[in-house]
Design a protein around this ligand. Sequence first.
Ligand SMILES: C[S@@+](CC[C@H](N)C(=O)[O-])C[C@H]1O[C@@H](n2cnc3c(N)ncnc32)[C@H](O)[C@@H]1O
Length: 207
Amino acid sequence: MEIEIRAGDLADETFDEQLPEPLQGKASRHFTPVAVAREAARLLAPTPGMRVLDIGAGVGKFCIVAATEVPTATFVGVEWRPHFVRIAMLLARRASTPNVMFILADAFEVNWSSYDSFYFFNPFAEQLFEPDEVLDATIAFEPANFIRYVYEVRRRLARAPIGTRVATYHGFGGSHPPGYIRVEDGSVGPTRLQLWIKTSTDDEDDF
Ligand SMILES: C[S@@+](CC[C@H](N)C(=O)[O-])C[C@H]1O[C@@H](n2cnc3c(N)ncnc32)[C@H](O)[C@@H]1O
């Protein structure tokens, strides 16, 4: 089966119904809506050749939709649930998107320095959720992890080069790192999708 993602009117339901049954009911809460993914892709990769890392790629919905929206960029998703990475790779093949790849790893074990842009759909919020709200019980949840992860994101982004782009959908759990300015609202909503660009190296250690 193929997924026709290039058509401008891809519905979220069309993507989500490709997922295993237990995930279909969770998709709207945990995976980026198609319209948001398209907008974020354009904000994150405005010039050809850019490399975008999705921190916590889930089943690949953001990366796959983004890769079809901006074929001149490369979208890489890092995800620590192996069964999600398998689904993401299968869906990417079905969608015939050559400019997307997935890494099975903890996001903090990956070198972020080869990426121009980063996407976050509040990836660590699950650490704070009630058991019936999480995607599944295959990872350990610990509220202290949320604080550690957010701190580490801010530390890494603070040291990224000038020009680094960060798009957040529902944030990443913390305030934007030093040196970044918010440059544009997403067209899908005034606050849910935000773009930040690093413009200064001042206060790099002040995260
Ligand atoms: C809210 S979902 C977003 C999925 C995808 N980015 C999207 O927008 O469609 C967050 C995902 O991040 C993953 N995740 C959370 N912490 C992670 C970490 N430290 N390393 C890798 N993946 C992580 C979770 O397993 C989950 O699949």
